[in-house]
Design a protein around this ligand. Sequence first.
Ligand code: NI
Length: 224
Amino acid sequence: MLLHIKNILDTAKQDNIREMLNKVQFVDGKHSAGMVATQVKNNQEMQQDTQQAQYLDQLVMSSLAENADFRSAALPFRVAQPVFARYSPGMHYGNHIDDPIMGSGPNKFRTDVAVTVFLNSPEEYDGGELVIQSPFGEQRVKYAAGDAVLYPANNLHQVEEVTRGERLVAVTWIQSMVRDAARRELLFELGLARNTLLQQNAENPTAQQVDRSWVNLLRRWSEV
Ligand code: NI
């Protein structure tokens, strides 16, 4: 499932992030790529270990955590610190899959779900589409500033070359409580029905049956 989540960041947060990104140092993105990815990766990433980086990480992570669609679709167990990436003209990121395990020591986590948050408007650059290979063919993604795309991290994907302007994104990965993408999708769909039924009438026996099914499926399928 590929999910378009709108308005993860409101305009005040977007402006705040843009302003800070103008002040921070960017470095060659190859430093964080896996063995195959390093050969196809050509972008820049914000230097990680600064105060500004900490502030920006927190801003994006808390905005994700507050979003109900994100929580229902990702069922997050661990959310990685986002990577802020910049693509200037000529930059791209060729076809690759993301590393299965990231982090180190006690902070190791499995990458089940990938998220890209768009930090500037699609009118500000040409090219730079995120192209995701899915069982239903190629999905080409270029969303409004503040929007995000969420997809299973085992999908092959690439970022096409930027030919004008600058593409700014925050990318992060999630270890989900539910490892299997098909199960996550079932829980997402059933969860939508559950929320609607409970909002209509929480006393309704059908609403309660659907609620119990969702809760017990999550209990059965989750690993925490
Ligand atoms: Ni990737």
